[in-house]
Design a binder for this molecule. Sequence first.
Ligand code: PEP
Ligand code: MN
Length: 373
Amino acid sequence: MKPLLNDILPLKQWLTDHSDFLKITGPCSAETPEQVNSVMENLASLPGLHYVRFGVWKPRTRPNSFEGNGKAALAWLRNAAKETGLKQMIEVADAQHVEAALEAGIEALWIGARTTVNPFSVQNIADALRGVDVPVFVKNPISPDLPLWLGALERVHASGIRKIVAVHRGFTSYDAHPYRNAARWEIPLQLKGMIPELPVICDPSHIAGRRDLVPEVAQKALDFGMQGLMVESHPNPDSAWSDAAQQLSIQDLPDFWARLEYSTSSGPSPEFNDRLWALRKLIDSLDEDLLNVLARRMEYTREIGQHKAEHNITLFQLERWNEILESRTRRADELGLDADFIKTMWMDMHQRGLEVQAKALESLRKTEISQKE
Ligand code: PEP
Ligand code: MN
């Protein structure tokens, strides 16, 4: 899968302060002119803020929830922006939203998680963006589907957008616990690995779903080298019209930003780099050992399969399997390894082994049939 994205503009080249880290905050929804004014006034003193986010059209899971104030809110936003000079961004879900936002002079747009899942909608938005120079942020789709996210980024990029950013906001999952959405960090990291020049930022609010958990998710995003944060905040979060549980109080933002620790992707000193290099070499050599052991294990699995097939024994032996799971997770625990992780690994390995054995059985049967014929 070769990504169709080139000439992506680095953040430094289009953020007016030449920063390579995006700082975005604002309420889930634009609720009233007074709330919009209060947000803008209060955020004006927050240092280094690039955009104030607002939901103007809200994609709500159930009907009869607050679905946003639409076009009317665009006028409130622009009015309040005049006073502060802060830039604003909103969510767009179709071509009409894009046109209305651009006409109002909104400085950046984002495509929400429920829209990214639908290639028709994304294409519709991308068509409306043709020939326009506006930063576009693409949130991950709600399903943990990297190609779908990549496809949305490619559609937006193909319309000529070069100021493009991916936003990791977590994935719907029945076991996201303790968060609202499962983080699945490997997915945004894989995206970054495929397109290193693509800025990938995090929306810790929609991952956490709870105000008290937002800082730890935000910190993790920074530890993974993400290039910015979009954080929901509200002048009075408890009475917010949407996502009340997860919005930070605007008053708490200076403290929230101050507590985050930033790491750099390259080492601060030659000593640091030497040590990192040495440790990585150790990991490389252990990985080589692991792969050799896995190959040898699979060889024995194949032999056992052969043996079972020759004696007409079922491939799956429940007792043996239970004993393996029990003893390996117990040992993992003794070694200080995460038992769930080891269990998943062994289940995958066992499944692969069974597939290999089934293949061997199938080819043995084929030879027997052809010998009989
Ligand atoms: C939002 O940002 O308020 C929002 C609805 O986000 P998402 O698309 O990530 O659910
Ligand atoms: Mn929200």
